[in-house]
Design a binder for this molecule. Sequence first.
Ligand code: NAP
Length: 273
Amino acid sequence: MANTIFITGTSSGLGRLMAIHFAKNGWNVAATMRTPEKETEFNAFPQIKIFKLDVTQVDTVTVAVDNAIAAFGTIDVIVNNAGIGMYGALELTNDADIEKQFAVNVKGVINVIRAFLPHLRANRAGKIINISSLMGISTALPLGSLYNMSKFALEGLTEGLTFELKPLNIDLHLVEPGGFGSAFGENITFSKSEEIKDYDLITGKVSTVLHAASGAGMKITAQPIVDEIYALASGKSKAFRTVVGKDAKMVVFLRKILPINAFLKILGKKFLS
Ligand SMILES: NC(=O)c1ccc[n+]([C@@H]2O[C@H](COP(=O)([O-])OP(=O)(O)OC[C@H]3O[C@@H](n4cnc5c(N)ncnc54)[C@H](OP(=O)(O)O)[C@@H]3O)[C@@H](O)[C@H]2O)c1
């Protein structure tokens, strides 16, 4: 019988590529998204079933999880992929943006995991793969403190859960990609201010980097990340952490060999001078 994967955030980017890759490789896919009514491409894949899910709305999570279990019987792998980026100087952000960053990237993952635990416990089997980021390991781009916070929290959540879930034969994995092309850059909320000028220089530089790294300007595809997730889902890799991409590997290397102050100085030179 085919294995089944449940993925959040399949309307674009990594989630979308993942859903199609797993379907093409014979997996059943529970592809979840906020706006299924807009979806057309997945209809070509009989193995993909679409479920409406907003990770911040617990009722939609519960219904999607129950319906996916009813449709497929067993869910073997869950990928918490849905994520957003709130950028800008912290002083310029508002409470709603701070709460939204946490609600999607952290509480959203908790909502999905909690909804699945009765199923996974009953099966005494399952894998949970959380899509973190290079920014979950280290700061790598200024004005990303909220996004950093959310992905650091996701790392802590995932590490912390291993103690209680490992004895139940539920595996946890973190995937930590560097930058790749998706709708992520276009969807970023970037806080700016007409009144406070102190952050203008760094804001201009970071906006340029983010703009260049998004959409058609970004040549790095999500396929290597999908390949790593496939290796984890199919048991070929058992790694707890998987760093993907040259930029992510370079940052991890520099963080290993340099004291934090030296690392931050190098990074700062790129953006502050
Ligand atoms: N792109 C990068 O350079 C990069 C690097 C490292 C890590 N990541 C991580 O990779 C993951 C996928 O991002 P991506 O680059 O593929 O970006 P993306 O194309 O913007 O995809 C993000 C997905 O999350 C969904 N989403 C947003 N808010 C949601 C909510 N409240 N409930 C359910 N789904 C929601 C979006 O759906 P809607 O269409 O409904 O908004 C979209 O399907 C994220 O966790 C991101 O943090 C990205």
